[in-house]
Design a protein around this ligand. Structure first.
Ligand code: ZN
Length: 111
């Protein structure tokens, strides 16, 4: 592959890509996709664990009454949403600060 004037290397995987495909951190679409996938995975895991912790606290300490069941379920849902979003953001920041995603793309930058 020839190195064209409008092609540059991805900062994460060093794949040669058109410069217009890179984002402001100079990451290729494949690396961005992988970071999003990993962030979503960590978000689901952290959200599930946090919701499980809140559910355990509610069941063991609060002894929820059936009268407020919707309130407790809403609390669990909000715990899942908020903690998973925080985990996604932290994961994205971690990989961006690290500068690479391991095993993110082939040398040509294709999937
Ligand atoms: Zn890349």
């Amino acid at each position: 592959m020839r190195f064209g004037a409008d092609e540059t290397h991805c900062r994460s995987c060093r794949a040669l890509c058109p410069a217009s495909d890179l984002d402001r951190h100079l990451w290729c679409p494949s690396c961005r996709k992988q970071v999003k996938r990993r962030g979503a995975r960590w978000g689901r895991l952290v959200g599930f664990v946090a919701s499980l912790g809140v559910a355990a606290y509610l069941i063991l300490r609060v002894h929820p009454s059936p009268r407020y069941l919707m309130f407790y379920l809403l609390m669990l849902l909000l715990t899942y949403i908020l903690t998973s979003r925080i985990a996604v953001s932290v994961t994205h920041g971690y990989y961006r600060a690290r500068g690479s995603v391991t095993g993110c793309a082939t040398p040509e930058g294709t999937e």
